[in-house]
Write a protein that binds this ligand. Sequence first.
Ligand code: 3EB
Length: 332
Amino acid sequence: MTEKITVTSPRLVCVSPAQLEVVLAKSAGTILGVLAYAATRPEWSADALPYAWVTLPVFREEAWYEVWISSRAAVVSHDSEFSFSCDGSLLFGSLVVDDADSGQLEPKAFAAYTAIFDLLDRTGYPELLRVWNYFPDINAAGRGMERYREFNVGRYEAFCRRGRSVGEGMVPAACALGTRRGTLVVCFLAGKMPGVFIENPRQTNAYRYPGDFGPRSPAFSRGVLVGDALLVSGTASIVGSRTMHPEDVLRQLGETLENLRVVIAQARVRGFAAQDPAGLCLNVYLRHATDFPVVRGRLEAEFGGARIAYLQADVCRADLLVEIEAFWMPVP
Ligand code: 3EB
């Protein structure tokens, strides 16, 4: 007998601290997990939900909460390494590794991804859909290579070691950003059923980047459709595999917006239908605080009605000044 699986579509509510309790109360029992962005430890933290504090400053706010929600009941579990929640179709989990600022990153990334794959295989949610990666000093020199490149080696090797191929339709949507201190945070959305993975014809698929960007390519896709929702990976000013406009944040922003448009257009070909900007949430990561006013001006003109968080973070290539990730769901 085969189990009938109805695919749920994830939902996202983004709020500042003052609105958090209302959202949590309203969605009680259906919450998949919470990401908290804040430079200093937020007052609220969850012990009964998958939760991660991402140590990034938020422009204009003390903190910014992403509350990931299911349309169905979500059951939370805890084991030694993880908190995760399952709704019968989706699994959301968080993994927080301490002391990620000392020592080599490669074995830490390898161990984190291996543990995640083991969890997914054990629980019956084998399809990795979207991953959030945050760790300190992403552009700093590690042992012989940049720490982001060390991270890519560990991540790639974990895919291979668990028999997961790094290729078209096989790698999750993702983002990878640098924090100032502390932990390696890996949050993940997985499913019983595969997602519809999206690539961007303007950009080399990241898992095929040439060797000048590191000995192992980053294992991610440009986006994923999960039910009726689109999760767009961190998107930057890259055409082919090259960084464009290395010194110019507004030109980088223009290139990034073009890449976002293309990813969304590719998703539309695969059936993505949301149109209302009220269902659009963006995280905008800026390397330099001084770029905030101009970037904000341009984005507010471009995306009126969207929920936009501006965060200060190191982007994974030293010459990238801005990166944007997006979540878009239909509104009833
Ligand atoms: C890029 O397009 C920019 O390593 O998981 C974006 C999204 C980027 C995800 C990752 C990296 C990652 O290559 C950087």
